[in-house]
Design a protein around this ligand. Structure first.
Ligand SMILES: [Mn+2]
Length: 329
């Protein structure tokens, strides 16, 4: 059987050569043959069916890890997986639709409150991190101060994880003391780039530390503006009218400004914020988290309760959470 070059196979499957190389590296679609001298990849025509399936699933927006699962499953199971994936997308879109409506209300509300007498706003906050019941170390880190709220979930061998999350949060702490007229996001971005540079230095100078990295979800507050930076699968939520909205999408890097206008005390009082690592969000349902955050407890009691919630579900992972209520001063 004649093998196809990667270019010919790419055209036939409507995947780019770059994508094909990535899928090879991931083990999703291995070439039939690789030239030992040139490294060129060759594909069998029979592989086109799998390649087209991958292309279709990509067009559907399915993540590669999940495509891998679907491609390797028995046909019945694959169909089941696909239906489950789509049901999840539909459910997430309902949540996003609600969030979009909420943000539209929120942003259009700012026009009407501009003429109001200025109300000073502050935040009441608490942060808590816990090792959980199983892990030997706590690689999560949480911080809350008058302007900055952040959680980080570190990873890395030989204590690298603890350090990675601490480095990320420490790099952000100076933001507490600086004035950031107008550009909170830029200030957050600079601090995050500095954290990344410090982590690179550790990786380069200490070979014993492997796989160093950290998630980071941080909110910077100026009294009238909130900026959010998010990397990885920790999460930020906002509670509004008793309902918990998730502001972050896992595994993505989102730079979004929640609100560019003034927040009225009335609006703000109904908007407690929650940040947490997957030690909580992976084990507790949104309902359980929502009822913990909605209750009459103050932020310190709430974070306590959230940690208990994570540990009551087995405490398999470290957990970090930050709760902040925006209040009129
Ligand atoms: Mn974790």
């Amino acid at each position: 059987m004649d093998l196809l070059t990667i270019g010919a196979f790419a055209r036939a499957s409507r995947l780019s050569p770059k994508a094909l190389r990535l899928y090879d590296e991931l083990g999703l679609l291995r070439p039939a043959q690789v030239d030992p001298v040139s490294g060129y990849r060759f594909y069998a025509p029979a592989q086109l069916e799998r390649a087209r399936l991958v292309a279709w699933l990509r067009r559907l927006g399915m993540p590669l890890a999940r495509i891998h699962m679907v491609c390797d499953a028995e046909p019945g199971q694959a169909a089941e997986d696909l239906r489950a994936y789509w049901a999840q997308i539909v459910a997430e879109n309902v949540v996003r639709q609600d969030l979009a409506a909420f943000l539209a209300d929120y942003l259009s509300g700012k026009a009407t409150v501009m003429s109001d007498e200025r109300t000073a706003l502050g935040i009441r906050y608490a942060a808590r991190s816990d090792r959980g019941l199983v892990r030997e170390r706590n690689e999560d880190c949480a911080y809350a101060g008058p302007r900055l709220l952040a959680v980080a979930d570190g990873l890395g061998s030989n204590g690298g994880g603890d350090r990675a999350s601490a480095v990320a949060i420490d790099a952000l702490k100076p933001l507490e003391d600086e004035a950031h007229p107008g550009d909170l996001l830029a200030a957050l971005g600079r601090a995050i780039r500095q954290a990344a540079a410090e982590l690179r230095t550790i990786v380069e100078s200490e070979p014993s530390v492997e796989g160093l990295g950290t998630t980071l979800t941080a909110l910077l507050w100026s009294g009238s503006q909130l900026a959010l930076a998010h990397i990885g699968d920790s999460r930020a939520y906002v509670l509004r009218d008793g309902e918990l909205f998730r502001l972050t999408k896992d595994h993505t890097y989102v730079q979004s400004l929640i609100d560019e206008g003034r927040i009225s005390a009335e609006q703000a009082a109904s908007h407690p914020d929650l940040l947490c690592t997957d030690g909580l969000s992976a084990v507790a349902t949104a309902d359980r988290i929502q009822s913990a955050v909605t209750g009459p407890l103050d932020p310190a009691q709430t974070v306590e309760q959230l940690v208990e919630l994570a540990n009551a579900s087995g405490g398999q992972d470290n957990v970090a959470c930050v709760v902040a209520d925006i209040v009129a001063l």
